[in-house]
Design a protein around this ligand. Structure first.
Ligand code: PBG
Length: 388
């Protein structure tokens, strides 16, 4: 019977001692026994102690000793085809920089958006998700604008597909950009976010996005049962080829702050008459919880999701890995606005090397198990990868 050493507990090596005396007396082997060479012997700094080498069978550093070797053994390689670039659009002509997200703008949907997507594609990024900034006068407590066939999101999706037929266009499904109260669902006067009523509108929103040409519908709202309801709505309207990327494990995170700035979509203060929760803890997951992510994943998979998402990414690598190991569906992870802003701020202050820190963050997300990564750094990272 063959015995396999466990990778966690290396065998104690029984080693044949080859000329212990020579090794103890000199750090180098005898050069006169090797063919002539032009390579210069390496020098050690004065004061280096002369000691016998440690008796080690395994020296992991041998597999890291040169860039060729490191390249050969690298397990995770970033490619722009795994990136999804989130874009903010508004119903105007100029691009309006987003203060809390340096380098990102609300793009004019007819010009800036198209130019930015052209730039992304040139760098190898052919997937985008569109977030519309709804003017205040179109917001209502029930968010009907979300399924306006001629709304900004629908027009932007359609223009993107007209201009770039092979671009993979993801959409956001949730009420917060359209809702006067700033929640992903409709808010009852006692502060309860209504689930099933919200899902009814989310289905209308999803179908309107599919009609506009969307490839992947992405519900980010965390209402119960929305994936199954949206799947049924899409199928009954003939959109069996339109996929669903579910925000499966979306945590109630402080890292969404800059995004809510960008869209002016943060929860609004309520009053005595109409209580509005200040955060989204009623429906987004508690950052303290792990096991719930498995429950959400099982439900979304059963309801017909094509891709499961974890959000945020960087602080939730354990959740990415858990989902990866619990399903055969592709996993996506969203490096959210706050993660982007932190990296930008540290780079601007000179505390971090931006390119290195960003690529490391993206490698870590992929290594944890993400097949797809949504990141505001998609275009920059794609260009940096090309230059490497
Ligand atoms: C809206 C939505 C949010 C994000 C994506 N879709 C904000 C939220 O849930 O409050 C956050 C993305 C980011 O921070 O980059 N439902």
């Amino acid at each position: 019977m063959s015995r396999v050493a466990s990778p966690c507990s290396p065998r104690i090596p029984i080693r044949l001692k080859f000329n212990t005396l020579v090794r103890a007396s000199s750090a180098k082997s005898d050069a006169s026994l090797a063919p002539p060479t032009t390579r210069k012997p390496a020098k050690v700094p004065e004061g280096t102690p002369v000691i016998p080498p440690q008796d080690l069978a395994s020296r992991p550093r041998r597999n890291r000793r040169s860039s060729t070797v490191r390249d050969a053994f690298r397990e995770t390689i970033l490619t722009p085809s795994n990136f999804i670039y989130p874009i903010f659009v508004h119903d105007g002509d100029d691009d309006i920089p987003i203060g809390s997200m340096p380098g990102q703008s609300r793009l004019g949907w007819k010009t800036g958006m198209i130019n930015k997507v052209r730039e992304a594609r040139a760098a190898g990024v052919n997937q985008v998700v569109v977030f519309p900034k709804t003017p205040d006068n179109l917001k209502t407590p029930t968010a009907e604008e979300c399924y306006n066939p001629n709304g900004l999101a629908q027009r932007s999706i359609s223009l993107l597909k007209d201009t770039f037929p092979d671009l993979e266009v993801y959409t956001d499904v949730a009420l917060d950009p359209y809702n006067t109260m700033g929640h992903d669902g409709m808010v009852r006067s006692d502060g309860v976010i209504m689930n099933d009523e919200t899902v009814y509108y989310l289905c209308k929103q999803a179908v309107s996005q599919a009609r506009a040409g969307a490839d992947v519908i992405s519900p980010s709202d965390m209402m119960d049962g929305r994936v199954g309801a949206i799947r049924e709505a899409l199928d009954s309207e003939g959109f069996t080829n339109v996929a669903i990327m579910s925000y499966t494990a979306k945590y109630n995170s402080a890292y969404y702050g800059p995004f809510r700035d960008a869209l002016a979509s943060a929860p609004r203060p309520g009053n005595e008459d109409w209580k509005i929760p200040l955060d989204k803890a009623e429906y987004q997951m508690d950052p303290a919880n792990f096991r719930e992510c498995l429950r959400e994943a099982a439900l979304d998979e059963a309801e017909g999701a094509d891709i499961l998402m974890v959000k945020p990414a960087g602080a939730y690598l354990d959740i990415i890995r858990a989902l990866k190991d619990s399903t055969t569906l592709p996993i996506s992870a969203y490096q959210v606005s706050g993660e982007y802003s932190m990296l930008k701020a540290a780079a601007a202050a000179g505390y971090l090397n931006e390119e290195e820190a960003v690529l490391e963050s993206l490698i870590s997300i992929k290594r944890a198990g993400a097949d797809l990564t949504l990141t505001y750094y998609a275009v920059d990272a794609a260009k940096w990868i090309q230059e490497l």
